[in-house]
Each structure stands twice: as structure tokens, then as C-alpha cells.
Design a protein around this ligand. Structure first.
Ligand code: ADP
Ligand code: MG
Ligand code: MG
Length: 887
């Protein structure tokens, strides 16, 4: 018989931390904490396999489930000394969802399940506290009504705020037992009027209702969106945890809180968290009351006059500190904890590896390696390479003038500028039009995920450091300022007011998630640099990696950035980018319009000194590191004007006949430019272009070599070769120029000639090509286009559909298609190496900066990857991780 239910409690558990796939993250860790002997209320986990079964069988449960749940429930009762549904010894439970990966799109937890009009009285008698009992009941109706019965929680909020206002109360804790009883009555009436039937009184009906709601929530639109964004497979399913309640709302000796074993924002090694006295569940993160600090140190630093947990409940605090330390060293990672104190007794309700900013991730990894808790290789592998992107983004220039309009909490670091939007749909819409927006909300909820994704940054007027906005923004690496309480948002008017100033939708503001400041207008930003823990991790990564990392760069600015980020050379210098500035494009157009070779040579002669100067500068910046220069690649018509008006303008400026220019433009028109007259085909038609470029490269190499004293060994790359004889033809030109320049300058020039492998034919004939090629650089952008027969520029209209319908898993232009494109790469690597021992192998497509593709590059044994300058640190880290995993 299949085991669908796993129990935990009383120092024992049927599951363990490694059962995450089966029990979900929450269930597996509850089991683990139990086995560690920590105080965990007893409970059981219904496995993810039940979820899978449920969807595979028309939303029906396995036959044995009910009996197994009943058995487990009895066991929980035995440990707790209570019985579910029995008013004499009342057992209440929580029903909590828990997927393998924590998923904000899932059903919210239902607490206090098992209460009804009868048992609430029993609870009151049992606890000797009617206020507590009715507070619990109204919470239950609200949560159950919202997440199981599908009533909008606003329905209840409205009643509650009316009742509060009517009595002139500020906070919920002011309600008396009788007043809560009235609220309960109103809630129940409302449920009945909305649904046409009364609130369910039978505890078993309540329990199965909640279990069903968790499984159904797996397929709700929020969860589906979240999974799509995070590439979580649909078939993972969620588990359901049912657990005996403990109560943080039993008066002033009770409390509930959340904590991180280290600071999730900075990584500092200090217990960090918040709690509320006489509260339950998510009150702390819901921002209803302002939470208090856990430690005295944090309280002092925050300048808060509300006492810390350390002060008000020293014993429970001490127990908690001990457990926090134990869990951190057990899991060997920073933990995110949930706890409740019931009348002085501490209970643990959750532990998991805590989400953290990239900055904190780096500090924690470095610190833990230095503490000896983890190895350096583990530290390197703990950092998500893609997350480094956040640190490679601008921060506000300290010298900039700040026109401050409000201050909130520094909830997620980094700065962002954008136009104000007030709803997530607006955010998505405007970002879709290419606008940068700041999402401004009173508070965010899981419904806002798409808007938060679209926005540059998030600003909320309510909520603390652990509010939804703060937690999700940190996970996404987006700047966030939360709880900017002096801001007033008026959704209906579409305005935000602060200190007497009013801002409307579309106005530009800047938020500084590192200080919590909200500033009017755009503010100058500083470019990032590698330092501190970041550079430590990078240096550890460099010790571990085998592949070199180069950058794709052609401008001095890019080359300097790449160099400062640790690039070990240039893997792709696209020479055509050098021809687009005003003065040069003129000479270029002259060249293209020439009727004869001698005219063409005259125009090229004008370009030569400019190209040479560019190369000298690049060689100097790269100071002896290898530089791969690709000969002219795009079809010539890209350099010519488009449209009558532009043609007339250019013709006038160049002093040529507009008609001739138009005809030439027309004659260069191609139906399929991607497969047209480009790449080495240009050099074969017009050898003088390749000659000029080769000369510029060699002369620059000599000049830069003399200037810096470091010999320059340029690598000349011939694009779009498909036939070995194409390469041989162009190589002969290059070699010839090299000989001439050596004679003229009296200098020996060392250089390599190689090719891009970007056509299937080239990959299949790599052996022949390697006879003339001293290196291959896989141009995987074109190779992907030509392998799939898909034009990247036109793929947008259907690739998303393909992904949506599960035809392909990843966009092959983002993550290298290992099965197809990768197969060609493998063939070329094997044939190339067989034909020429030591042929240098690299990759220079977008994939060179994509961590998943870098894993493949390591697997096939490339010598280097080349990527855009800002991705160099990401590639260095990803290459190190790939090497570790292969080892
Ligand atoms: P989430 O996944 O959103 O964190 P949880 O299932 O962890 O949801 O629960 C939400 C809140 O309810 C948390 O604060 C948690 O500590 C609290 N909670 C859950 N189960 C219990 C319980 N059995 N007793 C007391 N509080 C609980
Ligand atoms: Mg929740
Ligand atoms: Mg939780």
C-alpha cells in the first residue's frame, strides 16, 4: 500500500530533510526539526504524490488517503493529548501548503481549523480566556472564507475596520471577548449571505475543504505564473501539512515572530527578526501593527522604543537563540525561521534556507567558508551566477543632490529610477512599451508578482522588512523601499502625495533601496565595481575554474569595463560597429558606392587609419591579453540609408547622385540578409576590404607592442565560413598582408587566423577547416539560427507560443540547445582537435554569458567563453561552478 501521509511529533518523524521532493520543503524541514528534538507541534504531511495523483485522476484522492489521514490525526491528538472535533479535549490544526520550492502563489495557510460555534466555547473554557478564543475564531472564519470558500478578504477587512472605527480602536488587540463575538456573528452572516449557505461547522468538512483548497491552488493562475517565471515544473505538485495549533495570541506572555540567523540584507552575522506580542500567524508580516525587534542590539540600532524579545521574554529568547544556532550549523546555511511563543513556551514552526540579497549571499558564503562551516568550493557554488547581475547595476552617486520626498525602510538594496505606476497591470503594460516604471502600492500581495517583475523598483507605504514586497523584491534582486508611511497613495485620483507635494502617474521618481529614500526625479548613478566579498568569491572561483573568460567588446569603454571585471582577453571584436559613427560611415558608403576596385581602395584608405587607431587602443587596454578581431560581417546594405528622404539627404551630403544611391541601395537589397552576401563572402568578392582590415590590425599590433612593451598576438577571425576553401582564400590574403607589413616595419608579427563556426556545414567539416584555422570560435547565435532554420529577429512571434505549449523548454537563443546546436559543437570540437592538435576553442555567442550554456561549454572542453562585459563576473563564477560539478 502506498504511504501517502508522513507523521512527525514528539522527537520523531517518518520523513527527513532530504525528502523535500516527496514532502515539500516545509514538511521535510518540520520532520527534520522534530528528529533533532526541537519543540515542534506534532503534525503530518500529505505527500506531493497525492497532488500528482489528484490531477492525474480527475481531481480525486487515492482511496487509502482518508484512512491514513485519520490515523495520523489520531496520532497528533495522542501526542498533544487532545482529539480533533472533541470539545472536551479540543485539538485545532493549521493546514499549510508546501511545495518543493517555496512558492508565494500557493494557498495561504488556514489557522485554528476545527473551531465552530460549540468548540469556540470549549477553547475559551480550556484557555480560561474568551477573548483569545473568539479572536481565534474570527481569524479562522476570515482565513477559511478567503482561501477555501473563495470570498474576497476585503469582505472581512471591511467589517473589521467598520467595527474598529465604530469603537474608536486603533489596533485589533483592543477588542474584548464580547466584541470579537459580535465580529464573528457579522462574519458568519456575511458568509451566509454571500454563499447562500452557512459557514461549515463540521471540523472534518473544514479539514477536507482546506486540504482540497491547497491542491486546487497548485493550478491557480498566480501559482502557474510563478512557476513559469521560476521554471518550476508543473508535475512537482505540492504537499499539505496539517499541524497542531500553538497560540501566540493567548495574551501578553504569548507572541509570534520570524527570524533569520543572519541579516538577509547585508549578510552580517547577527540574529535578525521581528515579533509581535499577543498575535498569530502572519500578523508580523501583514503590517497591521509595527513589529518589535528580537534583540536589544537591533532595537538600539533601529532607535525603537518598543522592547525587544530579549527584554520581554528572556527565557524564550535564550531558547530561541540556541535553536537558531543549532539549525544554522545543522543545515550549514543561513536559516529563515518562524516561531510562536505560547504562554512563555517556545515552538518552532518552520525553518528553511533563507532568501537573501546577493550582497548578503556573498558575505555569508565568504564568512561561512572562513568559519570553516563550508568549503571554499561550496561557497563558490552557493552563489547563483545570474544574481550577480544585481551588483553589476548602478547605485546612487553619493555626490548627487537628493530631492527627498519620503523615507521608508531599506527593504531591498540598489537604486532605481522610473515613472510612477499604481497597479501591477499598469506596470506590465508600460514596461511592455519599453518604459521604466516604479510600482507604488500601499502594500503588495502575490497578485502583484507580474507587476513587480515588470518594474525597476517597488515602493510601498505599508509593511516592514519582512513584508511581502520586501521579501519578494529581495528574491528578485529589485530595489525596494517599504513602509514609507508619510506617502499617501490615492488610487482613484492616481496620485501620490508627500510632504505637501503631489505626484501623479507617469512622474519620474528614484528609490534608493539601500537607504530607504524616495527621491523626486532621476538621480545620477554610479557604476558598480568588484570589491570586498564579491572579489573574494571571484578569486576563489578563479582558482577553481578551467575555462578562460573573455569579453565581446569593440569600444574602449567596453574593453575597459571588461578588463576591470576580470576578462582575460577579447573573444569577439565586431569591426563593423566601428564604422557607424558619422565620419566613418561616410567613407564606408563611399566604398560601397564605388564602381571600380581603385575607387574602393581609395575609400578604404580613408578608413585604414581610423581602424588602426581603434585597434591600437584596444590592444593597449588589453595589455598583452589575446584579442580576437572579426573581419567585416554584415551585408553592406546595412550601411546605406533607407527611405527616399534619407537617401536624398545622404546623396546631398556626399555629393553623389541620389538616383545612383537609390539604385545601389536597391541592388543590394536581399530577401534573406541573414543568409545573404555577408561574412567571408564579402572578403571573397572584395578582397581589398579584408586587406585593409588585416593591415590595420597588423600595423596596430606593431605600434601597440612598441608602446606597451608587451608583444601583441592578434587573432584574426573569418566569419561565416562554411567551406574550407573559403577560409583558405581569406587566410591567403591575411598572410600576404602580414608578410608585407613585416617587411615594411622590420618587425616579426605573431598572429593567428581562425574562424567562427556558425554554419552547420562548418561544424560537419571542421576537420578540413581546421587545416587552415588555428582557432574556432563558436558563433552560437548564427549557429542556432542556421541549425533551427529560425531567424532570431522573427522568432519572437512564435517562440513564446512554443514555450507556452511545451514544444520547447528554453529559448534556444538564451540557453544553448544542447541536443541540436550542442551536437554540432561536439562534432566540430572532435573533428577540429583530430585535425589540429591544440586548436583553440571558444564560444562568442550570447550563450557565452549564460550559466546553463557555460556548463555545456565545460562539458565539451572549450578553452574559453566570451560574453558581454557586464556578464564577465557571471561567466567566471559559472565556469568555476561548472568545473566543480564536472570534477
Ligand atoms: P507561509 O508558507 O506563507 O509561510 P505557513 O504555513 O508557514 O505559511 O504559515 C503562515 C503563518 O502561520 C506562519 O506565521 C506560521 O508560523 C503560522 N502557523 C502555521 N502553522 C501554525 C501552527 N500549527 N500553530 C501556530 N502558528 C502556525
Ligand atoms: Mg503566506
Ligand atoms: Mg511560513
Amino acid at each position: 500500500m502506498t504511504k501517502w501521509v508522513y507523521s512527525f511529533g514528539d522527537g520523531q518523524a517518518e520523513g527527513r530533510a532530504s525528502d523535500r521532493n516527496l514532502l515539500g520543503g516545509k514538511g521535510a524541514n518540520l520532520a527534520e526539526m522534530c528528529s533533532l528534538g526541537l519543540p515542534v507541534p506534532p503534525g503530518f504531511t500529505i505527500t506531493t504524490e497525492v497532488c500528482t495523483h489528484y490531477y492525474a485522476n480527475g481531481q480525486n484522492y487515492p482511496a487509502e488517503l482518508e484512512a491514513q489521514v485519520n490515523g495520523a490525526l489520531q496520532e497528533v491528538g495522542r501526542i498533544a493529548g487532545r482529539r480533533f472535533g472533541d470539545p472536551e479535549r479540543l485539538l485545532l490544526v493549521s493546514v499549510r501548503s508546501g511545495a518543493r520550492a517555496s512558492m508565494p502563489g500557493m494557498m495561504d495557510t488556514v489557522l485554528n481549523l476545527g473551531l465552530n460555534d460549540l468548540t469556540v466555547e470549549a477553547l475559551a473554557a480550556d484557555a480560561g480566556d474568551a477573548r483569545f478564543a473568539y479572536d481565534s475564531y474570527r481569524r479562522f472564519i476570515q482565513m477559511y472564507g478567503d482561501v477555501v470558500l473563495g470570498l474576497d478578504h476585503e469582505v472581512f477587512e471591511e467589517i473589521l475596520s467598520d467595527e474598529k472605527a465604530r469603537r474608536g480602536y486603533d489596533v485589533d488587540t483592543e477588542f474584548s471577548a464580547d466584541e470579537w463575538k459580535e465580529v464573528v456573528g457579522l462574519y458568519k452572516e456575511r458568509v451566509e449571505s454571500e454563499l447562500g449557505k452557512p459557514f461549515p461547522q463540521d471540523p472534518r468538512e473544514q479539514l477536507w475543504g482546506a486540504i482540497g483548497a491547497v491542491f486546487s491552488s497548485w493550478m491557480n493562475p498566480r501559482a502557474i505564473t510563478y512557476r513559469r517565471l521560476h521554471e518550476i515544473p508543473e508535475n512537482w505538485g505540492t504537499a499539505v501539512n496539517v499541524q497542531a495549533m500553538v497560540f501566540g495570541n493567548m495574551g501578553d506572555t504569548s507572541a509570534t515572530g520570524v527570524a533569520f540567523t543572519r541579516n538577509p540584507s547585508t549578510g552580517e552575522k547577527a540574529l535578525y527578526g521581528e515579533f509581535l506580542v499577543n498575535a498569530q500567524g502572519e500578523d508580523v508580516v501583514a503590517g497591521i501593527r509595527t513589529p518589535q525587534c528580537l534583540t536589544e542590539a537591533a532595537r538600539r540600532e533601529a532607535g525603537s522604543d518598543k522592547p525587544s524579545l530579549e527584554k520581554v521574554m528572556p527565557e524564550a529568547f535564550a531558547a530561541f537563540v540556541e535553536i537558531a544556532e543549532k539549525l544554522e550549523s545543522h543545515y550549514r546555511d543561513m536559516q529563515d525561521l518562524e516561531f510562536t511563543i505560547e504562554r512563555g513556551k517556545l515552538w518552532m514552526l518552520q525553518t528553511r534556507s533563507g532568501k537573501r540579497t546577493t550582497k548578503a549571499a556573498l558575505k555569508i558564503a565568504v564568512d561561512m567558508a572562513n568559519e570553516g562551516l563550508i568549503s571554499r568550493a561550496e561557497a563558490v557554488c552557493r552563489i547563483d551566477p545570474a544574481s550577480l547581475d544585481q551588483l553589476l547595476h548602478p547605485t546612487i552617486d553619493p555626490a548627487a543632490k537628493r530631492d527627498m520626498i519620503a523615507v521608508g525602510l531599506p527593504a531591498s538594496p540598489g537604486a532605481a529610477t522610473g515613472e510612477i505606476v499604481f497597479t501591477s497591470d499598469e506596470a506590465e503594460g508600460m514596461a511592455g512599451q519599453g518604459k521604466r516604471v516604479i510600482l507604488v502600492r500601499v502594500e503588495t500581495s502575490p497578485e502583484d508578482i507580474h507587476g513587480m517583475h515588470a518594474a525597476e523598483g517597488i515602493l510601498t507605504t505599508r509593511g516592514g522588512m519582512t513584508s511581502h514586497a520586501a521579501v519578494v523584491a529581495r528574491g528578485m534582486g529589485k530595489p525596494c523601499v517599504s513602509g514609507a508611511g508619510t506617502l499617501r497613495v490615492d488610487l482613484r485620483m492616481g496620485t501620490m502625495t508627500a510632504m505637501g507635494r503631489s505626484f501623479k502617474r507617469g512622474d519620474v521618481i528614484t528609490i534608493d533601496g539601500s537607504t530607504g529614500q524616495v527621491l523626486a526625479g532621476a538621480v545620477p548613478m554610479l557604476q558598480p565595481a568588484l570589491s570586498g566579498d564579491f572579489s573574494t568569491i571571484m578569486s576563489w572561483a578563479d582558482e577553481l575554474r578551467r575555462m578562460k573568460v573573455r569579453a565581446n567588446a569593440e569600444t574602449p569603454v567596453d574593453a575597459r569595463t571588461a578588463h576591470s571585471f576580470g576578462a582575460e582577453g577579447i573573444g569577439l571584436c565586431r569591426t563593423e560597429h566601428m564604422f557607424f559613427d558619422d565620419e566613418r560611415i561616410l567613407a564606408m558608403r563611399e566604398m560601397i558606392l564605388s564602381d571600380t576596385e581603385s575607387q574602393r581602395r581609395a575609400a578604404l584608405a580613408k578608413l585604414l587609419p581610423m581602424q588602426r587607431a581603434d585597434f591600437v587602443e584596444l590592444f593597449e587596454i588589453m595589455a598583452g591579453l589575446p584579442v580576437t578581431i572579426r573581419l567585416l560581417d554584415p551585408p553592406l546594405h546595412e550601411f546605406l540609408p533607407r527611405g527616399e528622404a534619407e537617401i536624398a539627404e545622404v546623396a546631398a551630403a556626399m555629393g553623389v547622385d541620389a538616383e545612383k544611391l537609390r539604385q545601389r541601395t536597391e541592388s543590394l537589397h536581399e530577401f534573406n540578409p541573414m543568409l545573404g552576401h555577408r561574412g567571408c563572402r564579402l572578403a571573397i568578392s572584395y578582397p581589398e576590404i579584408a586587406e585593409m582590415q588585416a593591415r590595420a590590425i597588423f600595423e596596430a599590433a606593431v605600434e601597440a607592442g612598441q608602446k606597451t612593451g608587451a608583444p601583441v598576438v592578434p587573432e584574426i577571425m573569418v566569419p561565416l565560413v562554411g567551406i574550407a576553401s573559403e577560409l583558405a582564400f581569406v587566410k591567403a590574403i591575411v598572410d600576404d598582408v602580414a608578410k608585407k607589413v613585416q617587411e615594411e616595419r622590420g618587425n616579426a608579427i605573431d598572429y593567428l587566423v581562425g574562424t567562427m563556426i556558425e554554419l552547420p556545414r562548418a561544424a560537419l567539416n571542421a576537420g578540413e577547416i581546421a587545416r587552415a584555422a588555428e582557432f574556432f570560435s563558436f558563433g552560437t547565435n548564427d549557429l542556432t539560427q542556421t541549425t533551427f532554420g529560425i531567424s532570431r529577429d522573427d522568432a519572437g512571434s512564435f517562440l513564446e507560443t512554443y514555450r507556452g505549449k511545451g514544444i520547447i523548454e528554453h529559448d534556444p537563443f538564451v540557453t544553448l540547445d544542447v541536443d541540436g546546436v550542442g551536437a554540432l559543437v561536439r562534432i566540430a570540437v572532435e573533428k577540429g582537435r583530430a585535425a589540429r592538435e591544440g586548436v583553440k576553442l571558444g564560444i562568442c555567442g550570447e550563450h557565452g554569458g549564460d550559466p546553463a550554456s557555460i556548463v555545456f561549454c565545460e562539458e565539451v572542453g572549450l578553452d574559453y567563453v566570451s560574453c558581454s562585459p557586464f556578464r564577465v563576473p557571471i561567466a567566471r563564477l559559472a565556469a568555476a561552478q561548472a568545473a566543480c560539478r564536472k570534477a
